[in-house]
Design a protein around this ligand. Sequence first.
Ligand code: FES
Length: 276
Amino acid sequence: MWEYTDKVRDLFLHPKNVGEVENPDAVGEVGSIVCGDALRLTLKVDKETGKIVDAKFQTFGCASAIASSSALTELLKGKTLEEAEKITNQDIADFLGGLPKEKMHCSVMGQEALATAIASYRGQPKPAETGERVVCKCFDVTEEKIRRVAIENHLTTVEEITDFTKAGGGCGTCIPDIEAILKDLWALKEVPKPKEHKKLTNLQKIALIQDVLEREVRPKLQADGGDLELLDVEGSKVIIALRAMCVSCPMGGVTVQSIEQKLKELVSEDIMVEAR
Ligand code: FES
């Protein structure tokens, strides 16, 4: 079960701007139902001002695909095309208060639909029609897309590429190819530091802590017969209780330290973990 923010849940249950703009000036279609996600974005552009006056979407996909598409249309309205083309997939994810990393490909799909729509408005070829080499045949992902998404989001591992593009998430045949692209991409350059995390609200911080504990920590403890429970979060203090085999484990202190380290790495540097 994915941990979604309230904004994702809200836009999934009550999506805005669903449908098709009448006589659209720009259309962006990406993905395919065969690959599991598809999005059609239609825009109405005021010729005088160059501003997007209406934006609607139709999508086939999961909760985060619907929420990401709805978020995109909200971000677009009132922007000029020049402003709109600066929107990144991270902006879409930020608008939603974040997405599970395995669902970041939904925000990438939104950004691609936008780029395709803008290209259609300007009479340019679709970005996907430029004859790029397809690396992942399962999900129809090109080398250009892997490179672009890796650079824009500072991705360095195949797992991250799969989260953001789905490439490598099927039969796995393309994984050596993806590894080679990443090696080539970052070999000569120092990997840039990711953007500073935006300051989290308390609710976002608690949701992120729960997410990290559920996905990164508990499965490892459970594999050894242990477990934990999140009791409370007081500012930067995360209060947990070790459960099952962890209660009597002589290495309990080390376990708590490693949980703290993981939360520092993935949530915030100032996290302290206390076990009760
Ligand atoms: S070719 Fe990429 S996962 Fe199958």
